[in-house]
Design a protein around this ligand. Structure first.
Ligand code: PHE
Length: 353
């Protein structure tokens, strides 16, 4: 057997390989299970001691040489293949962003505040829900324990949509989402529902369209103290004031009993308002324990209890970011947006503490 010729051709084939598959084929051809040299190595035992010494050393030396050249070639090929892939998939990260668009556009304070509220309530374990802007009379009123001719209906300055019978309205609050969630979901229930609401009212503190966020938590053993803790935690995080005080004032909503309105403390020094200090109070939301009638109207028979709350998003935004006039929110005044809007690149402070 002419080993030298075979050895030379094996090494040449390693050198000439240009892909991983090719290289693997060469390895199998010479050192696979039935490889040319595998067979030779196996048959060494049939040789005489003299021959074994010569041929054995030669073959073993070659084997080592073969595998070290194979491994060098393998690295070479892999490097080449990776570089080729990188070149093909090349992205130039140093290209400038479309700077002009980013600088000119701002996130509207309502969107920003909604994002903040969504992030905080989400972290507190509530799940996002939504309901329609065009609501039927049942969900907006009746199911919330506000039957026809109830005086609370007058309080709502409702837009009635006569064109679609008289049973449809533009929802006057986000509370109908309470009913929709109770009707479709199993207990326990922990949801929040931000969105648009409408009332036929317009002055410095009212716009016909505004935003609310509703919260509803129903489970066995839920009490008013859970509600207090929840709202206190939310407000401290939202206003970033650990010492913020909340005052719960008895109030009336047909769909909660007992009901309360919640104020936060502030002080005003030369026109500047600071929250969490001083002993003046500002109302920020309505809340209470879910009225049994609400469960009944949603076809829920349960021993569970629940709390609900509703807050005005514009109001929260105005207080947190010091915006003086509600109507500016919807004027599409670019100068106002430029001033009060939020940059896309602004560091987010939405994280849960
Ligand atoms: N829906 C009420 C409002 O618009 C707020 C509220 C929600 C009160 C939930 C109690 C519970 O004024």
């Amino acid at each position: 057997m002419d080993y030298d010729k075979l050895i030379q051709s094996a090494l040449n084939e390693v050198q000439a390989s240009s892909s991983s598959e090719n290289l693997e084929k060469v390895r199998v051809k010479y050192f696979g299970k039935n490889g040319l040299f595998t067979k030779e190595l196996k048959s060494l035992s049939t040789l005489s001691t003299e021959q074994k010494k010569v041929v054995g050393v030669k073959l073993n030396d070659f084997k080592n040489d073969f595998f070290s050249k194979l491994s060098i070639k393998k690295d070479e090929i892999e490097n080449y293949e990776i570089n080729k892939k990188l070149e093909e998939d090349f992205v130039d990260p140093s290209l400038p962003a479309r700077e002009k668009n980013f600088i000119n556009s701002k996130i509207h304070p309502i969107s920003h505040t909604m994002n903040e509220i969504t992030s905080i309530l989400g972290n507190m374990g509530l799940v996002y829900e939504e309901g329609p802007d065009i609501e039927d009379d049942f969900h907006n009123f009746t199911a919330l324990n506000i039957p026809k001719d109830h005086p609370a209906r007058q309080m709502h300055d409702t837009f009635y949509l006569d064109s679609i019978e008289d049973k449809y309205v533009l929802r006057t609050h986000t509370s109908p989402v309470q009913i929709r969630s109770l009707k479709k979901k199993k207990l326990p229930l922990r949801i929040f529902a931000p969105g648009r609401t409408y009332r036929c009212d317009s002055d410095i503190t009212h716009t016909p369209m505004f935003h609310q966020v509703e919260g509803l938590v129903v489970d066995e053993g839920i009490t008013f103290s859970n509600l207090k803790w929840f709202l206190e935690s939310f407000c401290k995080i939202f206003f970033k004031k650990d010492n913020l005080k909340l005052r719960f004032r008895p109030s009336y909503f047909p769909f909660t009993e007992p009901s309360a309105e919640v104020d936060i403390n502030y002080k005003k020094v030369s026109g500047k308002i600071t929250f969490g200090e001083g002993n003046q109070w500002m109302e920020i939301l309505g809340c209470g324990m879910v009225h049994p009638e609400v469960f009944k109207m949603s076809n829920i028979k349960t021993n569970a209890t629940g709390f609900a709350f509703g807050m005005g998003i514009e109001r929260l935004a105005m207080l947190k970011y010091g915006m003086p006039d509600l109507r500016d929110f919807f004027d599409n005044d670019l100068k106002w947006l430029e001033h009060y809007g939020f940059s896309f690149f602004e560091k987010s402070d939405l994280s849960w503490r």
